[in-house]
Design a protein around this ligand. Structure first.
Ligand SMILES: Cc1cc2nc3c(=O)[nH]c(=O)nc-3n(C[C@H](O)[C@H](O)[C@H](O)COP(=O)(O)O)c2cc1C
Ligand SMILES: *[C@@H]1O[C@H](CO)[C@@H](O)[C@H](O)[C@H]1NC(C)=O
Ligand SMILES: CC(=O)N[C@H]1CO[C@H](CO)[C@@H](O)[C@@H]1O
Length: 420
């Protein structure tokens, strides 16, 4: 890590903030509405930038806003502290580790994220396996005393596994790819479990709002793994932010976000948190096969396709790494599926031994053997920003600060957005 440039850019921003505070004699009562909006954006960006570099103590991690805001704005009204970077859903950070199917995000990864103050998710099996779920939860609890969550894919049998999540009163349940109506959300709330629904369209977000979820993860088409919608994150995210602005629902951005710059951009668009898949896939604690991790570091390009897992999960397109295998086979004829393909390897998914056929949708786990390079490798468009395998705690920390502060952002911090 190069520390010097960060210090320099942070100092620049602190100067900018000081200038703002000096030239604007603000009091809570005298601030006009337009100015409030302008400063809320400035405050958000500034707080993201400064977090962890200025206040590296544990105490500051738990309460990052108050000291930062009062240092930037010695006479600052309290709303500056309230509107900037903060944790969500009762967690210290707004950084969410995406569940990584079928079993890549296990106890080690979820616990490492939880210990760092982020929201970690176990990915539960796609078949009824309540004992397995209990065991995953028990193992995670042995690694962390902090809260964490579990995730289910609604397109597959999930009732029994869901029941265990509620019985065990996990902090959060993440759901994806299907309906999760109000009765189900109420049931979770009754057990004290918060609900996050990952969606890929405005219409799906409206349904999640109706259902009364606690948070909506907005997945853009940039995202790695299965992709439910067609829209880019940049246009879709602010629409969902507007949609739920009259509620307490947290909006979390997913797709192509890798570091603090993406996080700051998501905050500027109105999100409260970010959900990272490919970045957490490429950590020490993820169960991805070492060769898969290596390819994620080497290859910078992805593609949106449907050649993998057509028989098992039809109508579920995916974003994958452009590997040599993918480039050779991407024009697979429509009628072909994994079912009539040769077996190219073997794996253990959630304790169950399975053969892997060519074009299966199963990414290689650490236990997988065979022709790993011919298996599917999911990745999001941000993969080109990932250059090393790091501990998951480092991902959470790096997202708490902006790596670089390009000039336009400093300008925004001082002057607000043009026209505001
Ligand atoms: C290997 C892999 C597996 C994934 N598995 C799941 C899953 O089981 N459930 C789910 O909701 N999302 C899954 N996703 C999608 C993530 O929730 C998230 O939308 C996506 O990773 C965000 O984009 P990014 O990878 O560019 O960060 C997966 C993503 C990847 C890369
Ligand atoms: C991927 O990008 C990195 C820089 O981010 C570069 O060093 C590397 O050569 C690129 N890899 C390929 C295969 O183009
Ligand atoms: C849950 C499961 O069966 N997955 C396997 C993936 O690889 C890890 C690491 O070797 C195993 O511990 C898991 O059992």
């Amino acid at each position: 890590m190069t520390r010097k440039p960060q210090m320099a850019s942070c100092q620049l921003l602190r100067l900018a903030a000081a200038a703002t505070a000096v030239t604007s004699p603000l009091t809570p009562l005298s601030v006009g509405r337009a100015r409030r909006r302008r400063f809320s954006v400035a405050a958000r960006l500034l707080v993201v930038v400064d977090h962890h570099t200025t206040y590296p103590t544990d105490d500051a991690v738990r309460h990052p806003l108050k000291p930062a805001a009062s240092t930037f704005f010695p006479r600052a009204p309290t709303w500056i502290g309230e509107m900037g970077w903060k944790g969500i859903l009762g967690f210290d950070h707004g950084v969410v580790q995406a569940p990584l199917g079928p079993d890549i995000s296990g106890p080690e990864l979820a616990a490492a994220v939880a210990n760092a103050g982020g929201i970690g998710f176990l990915r539960l099996p796609d078949w009824p396996a309540p004992d397995r779920v209990r065991d995953l939860i028990r193992r995670t609890r042995s690694l962390t005393g902090k809260p964490f969550g579990a995730a289910i894919v609604l397109a597959f049998p999930h009732e029994e596994n869901l029941r265990v999540v509620l019985e065990e009163k996990l902090a959060v349940l993440q759901v994806y790819w299907g309906e999760f109506p109000r009765e189900r959300v109420d049931e979770a709330h009754l057990a004290g479990v918060k609900v996050l629904h990952q969606v890929g369209s405005f219409e799906e977000a409206a349904k999640a709002k109706e259902a009364g979820v606690d948070g909506i993860i907005v997945q853009g088409r940039e995202a790695g793994g299965h992709v439910i919608g067609q829209e880019g994150l940049l246009p879709l995210l602010p629409r969902v932010v507007d949609l739920v602005s009259d509620t307490g629902i947290s909006v979390i951005a997913a797709g192509g976000i890798v570091d603090g710059r993406g996080y700051a951009a998501a905050l500027a668009l109105g999100a409260q948190g970010v959900c990272l898949g490919t970045r957490f896939l490429t950590t020490e604690e993820s169960f991805a096969h070492p060769l898969y991790k290596k390819r994620l570091i080497e290859i910078n390009c992805t593609d949106y396709t449907n050649v993998f897992g057509r028989a098992r999960w039809p109508g579920a397109p995916q974003r994958v790494l452009k590997t040599t295998f993918y480039d050779q086979w991407k024009n697979l004829p429509e009628q072909e599926t994994e079912e009539n393909q040769p077996i190219i390897g073997h794996t253990i998914i959630h304790g169950v031994h399975r053969d892997i056929r060519r074009f299966a949708g199963t990414v290689p786990n650490a236990t997988t053997t065979g022709d790993i390079d011919s298996m599917v490798m999911y990745a999001g468009q941000g993969v080109g920003l990932i250059t090393e395998i790091i501990p998951a705690s480092e991902v959470v920390k790096r997202n708490g600060r902006l790596v670089k502060a390009p000039d336009p952002m400093t300008q925004v911090a001082i002057n607000g957005w043009p026209g505001w």
